[in-house]
Design a protein around this ligand. Sequence first.
Ligand code: GDD
Ligand code: MG
Length: 352
Amino acid sequence: MRAIILTGGLGTRLRPLTADLPKPVLPVINRPFLEHQLLDLRRQGVREVLLATGFKPRAFARAFGDGKRLGIRLTFAHETRPLGTGGAVRHAAGFCRGTTLVLNGDVLQRLDLAAFLKRHAAARAEATIALTRVADPTQFGLVETDRAGLVKRFLEKPSPEEITCDTINAGAYLFEPSAVASIPPGVLYSLERGLFPELLKHGRRLAAWVSNGYWLDIGTLDKYLQAHLDGLGGAWPLPLVGLRRRGPFLLDSGAQLGPRVWHEGAGRVLLGRGSAVGPGARFTGSVCLGAGVRVEAGASLADCIVLDGARIGSDARLERCVVGRRCRVGAGCIVGPGRALGDGSVLTAFSR
Ligand code: GDD
Ligand code: MG
């Protein structure tokens, strides 16, 4: 089975973290985000994946190469100007053989591919959209279905008055070649605002399938943090190969845990490759430390992310925040909820 992953977005809502890295290769639990999705696809039998790239394409090649490391044959279709979600699929039409899976590149989800394919075949649809349920659909594509599970209406980013149900587009589709061929070639075109409403207008069969697995769009800082807390908290399965366990601590190769390090609350703490935690440091909930991170004596970290190469000074306090790569957080600093430090930021001691 073949899959196309849409990775051309700019990731503006994840700035400053996406200033240098596109969203799909931002580290999530110390791996490029898409790696989690690619490993899950391979587990379910997908062997060939095309990445539809736009913004910073070289970062993808650097992170995944030809995919061999992950057991996948990876190819790229680069757009020199953005073609939109539909245009990107049309651009990759030559890759589609029979039924093709298409995924948004910024969603962390556990998709039961066999069930999805079964539903698509049974519905004899030209396209099937995976749905998930959310409390507030305004940031998503609202999908109304009929009693047979066929799509009645697709409304991208509905206003609060337009909300009629809680099912939204999960950003995963199965397409027949006829649906891909209905996308106009070479122009900016959206699946959500163009293809789906257009298919419905012409009475073509568009089916829906509700996925019950874990689902999160990592597109905002809040959600990016949530992906880590959920993973370390056990809501989605982490790739744990090569990690040593010491109670709530997971240690990657060469990581060192100093004496009298405390942990409280639910969740786990991941220490990336070659990272080191000094004596008396305190952790609360779930914390992810990247490769080569240093946490000095007495620092306290609660539900936060520290990316590769950053250093957290003694007695500093971090809570529900993200510290970018190679940052220097001085001794005694306080970084509070919702804060994100861009790569290389320097905080002088006792900053708050
Ligand atoms: N190749 C390519 N070219 N990819 C693109 C382009 C483009 O021009 N524009 C967007 N993408 C990719 C993004 O990188 C992302 O992976 C995906 O398409 C969706 O774009 P977003 O910008 O993240 O859209 P959204 O989050 O506002 O809404 C989409 O996702 C929701 C689920 O998370 C829609 O598909 C909604 O209907 C859906 O509910
Ligand atoms: Mg998104």
